[in-house]
Ligand binder design. Structure first.
Ligand SMILES: CSC[C@@H](O)[C@@H](O)C(=O)COP(=O)(O)O
Ligand SMILES: [Zn+2]
Length: 211
């Protein structure tokens, strides 16, 4: 989109640059197959910039982004925002200091989401990398990564997310047979959370071979 369409065009331009850089990296890591995945950053108290629906996330250019309000309505664009916009905007509404939401469909995320769906969560314990999750300062802890049933009904899925957020602090969640949502106060933190979960899911799947 033209950055001139949003009052704080410098902020919009900065966010689009960061999103293009990180989505390209994640695509090259194989985490955004077949146009899957979606990405957003907060612009201000009432707006976010998010990927247009259906675009190849490995080849994004500025025209593949659009502004939405925090109810998911397009602002200054005729494009359709990500089909999962509601899962982004609910997080921005709930957490005023949240700055970035990343959603990917890696192999590890998809396989783990199926393996642990019945239990409803994946327990990650004793890993040094748990310190990558904001607020954790020791390996000697356990974090539960929730696994929600998949649904094409995004408001219903968002309601399930609200329930799990009510229950305690989270840095992300899996959706069964689908992928991972991770978030942070800015792109750096959201990316660190996503990368930590991706690595830890790989470890847990590897360990499964020995149990
Ligand atoms: C191409 S299948 C994946 C989609 O159904 C969806 O889960 C997804 O992640 C991307 O949807 P999008 O509307 O492009 O944001
Ligand atoms: Zn998805």
């Amino acid at each position: 989109m033209s950055t001139a369409t949003f009052p704080d065009s410098a902020r919009l331009s900065h966010c689009i640059d960061a999103l293009i850089l990180h989505t390209g990296e994640l695509a090259r890591l194989g985490q955004t197959p077949a146009t899957s995945s979606n990405f957003s950053m907060r612009l201000d108290a009432d707006h976010a910039v998010i990927t247009v629906s259906g675009r190849d996330k490995g080849r994004l250019v500025s025209e593949d982004f659009m502004v939405v309000d925090l109810d998911g309505r397009a602002v200054g664009s005729d494009h359709r925002p990500s089909a999962e916009t509601g899962l982004h905007t609910q997080l921005y509404r709930r957490f005023p200091d949240l700055g970035c939401v990343l959603h990917t469909h890696s192999h590890n995320q998809t396989v783990a989401s199926r393996l642990f769906a019945r239990r409803g969560y994946l327990r990650l314990a004793g890993y040094e990398l748990l310190k990558a999750l904001a607020g954790n300062d020791t390996h000697d802890t356990a974090v539960e990564l929730p696994v929600l049933p998949n649904s094409q009904d995004i408001p219903a899925l968002a309601a399930r997310v609200e329930q799990l957020l009510d229950a305690g602090p989270h840095w992300g969640y899996l959706i069964e047979g689908h992928g991972l949502y991770a978030w942070g106060r800015d792109m750096t933190e959201a990316r660190r959370h996503l990368d930590a979960f991706e690595f830890l899911l790989g470890c847990e799947l590897h360990l499964q071979r020995f149990t």
